[in-house]
Design a binder for this molecule. Sequence first.
Ligand code: GDP
Ligand code: IMO
Ligand code: MG
Length: 431
Amino acid sequence: MTNLLEGNSCVFGLQWGDEGKGKIVDFLGEQADVVVRYCGGANAGHTVRIGNEKYATHLLPVGIFRPGVLNVIGNGVVLDPEVLFKEIDEFLSRGIAISPVNLKISYKTHLVMPWHKQEDAAREMASEGNSIGTTRRGIGPAYADKMQRSTALRVADLMHEEKLKQRIGQIVTERNKVLDCLYEVPPMDWKAIFEQYRDHGRRMAPFVDDTTQTLLAAMREQKRILFEGAHAVLLDVDHGTYPYVTSSNCSALGLFTGAGVPPQACQNYIGIMKSYSTRVGGGPFPTEQNNDTGNYIRERGNEYGTTTRRPRRCGWFDAVAVKYSVDLCGVTQIAMTLLDVLSGLEHLRICTGYKHRGQRLEAFRADMDVLAEVEPVYETMPGFNGNISGCRRFEELPKEAQLYVKRIEQLCGVPVKMVSVGPERSATLMR
Ligand code: GDP
Ligand code: IMO
Ligand code: MG
């Protein structure tokens, strides 16, 4: 493979998630020494296809499939130990080596507790018609507790069992009152939760690390670090389509706090985007195609959630939204995925502008009330046909497919260096 990674890189989604970050991180992982997850939790679902095997990771960094790569779960993640160990056990049984040698977990990482999942599900069910459409993995309540402080627990707390017992007792007593009062949730048994988390802590102990020190040492040794983003820029809690977002800083801007490294730690910002748009859950989606085109894309692209199996909403490529993400995060190169999915459509449409109340908007606006009303302005291009998944050079693609990529590249203002035409590692064209 040509040398793609001069320095360290951050790989992250430019749309609303599921852009194929798993595939691209796995592909680039061949050239990495360290892979770091810096945000989100088990709400993420990253798919990796290696030969006939298909893996879905929710918490483990995707470098786990590359022998010799060190994987780090950073402090910006919210960690559900039950999901983590389920994932580890599944992969171990499938022959993937996972041990404290290739997996480190920051002691500062916050924990997802059973009451977070209860609250997430109860609030979603109670907010008829206004729900966010969360994955119900307890993500919002866990991050809210992190900011709240007195009701939060971190990985480090698992290492002090007596204090853990007291804290869980206190928090459960309080949570039981609140959850009963608001949602009539049956009370939780603090002792059972304590025992479960005490056992998780004992199993986790060998993996727990001061990961900032580990990453600083890797930087000094000129090791190549890949920062693996979860979710995407338009789901970022500050910069996404709030409130229809997830609860972390999942754009590239979150990598420094979330991985616990200085700004000098990353030089390349590799944005991943699909050749069209998708979104799971609620929220405005200007280019959504709730019609035959959307259904065609969903079936060809197998656009069903990796974590929840929910059908993903599908639509045309939105260059206004992607340009916003590119500019916000200082993207230095782009990987376009799932180009093969568009084959067979007579015309391809690209959203190149928005109209709001008759006026052209100069830029994307992460304001739900504006976005819900915008009218996309489209440019139409000829479609292409045939199975392109076997192509291995950009020049082998049908001329129309090449023109489509080049037009999007022009609109984004950043080189599209990689084009993915299938889920396999090998189905990746370099430009
Ligand atoms: P992530 O969350 O960004 O890692 O993306 P997901 O794994 O949730 O969803 C992407 C889906 O597209 C997965 O099923 C991948 O195997 C698949 N995929 C990735 N790249 C390509 C591609 O170029 N073509 C096709 N057909 N599938 C792809
Ligand atoms: P990956 O990493 C797609 C969406 C949920 C919901 C909103 C809030 O696989 O790209 P949450 O459970 O986080 O509170 O839900 O965010 N969401 C994602 N959508 N891909 C993801 O991750 C997502 N992570 C969260 O569907 O609309
Ligand atoms: Mg996903």
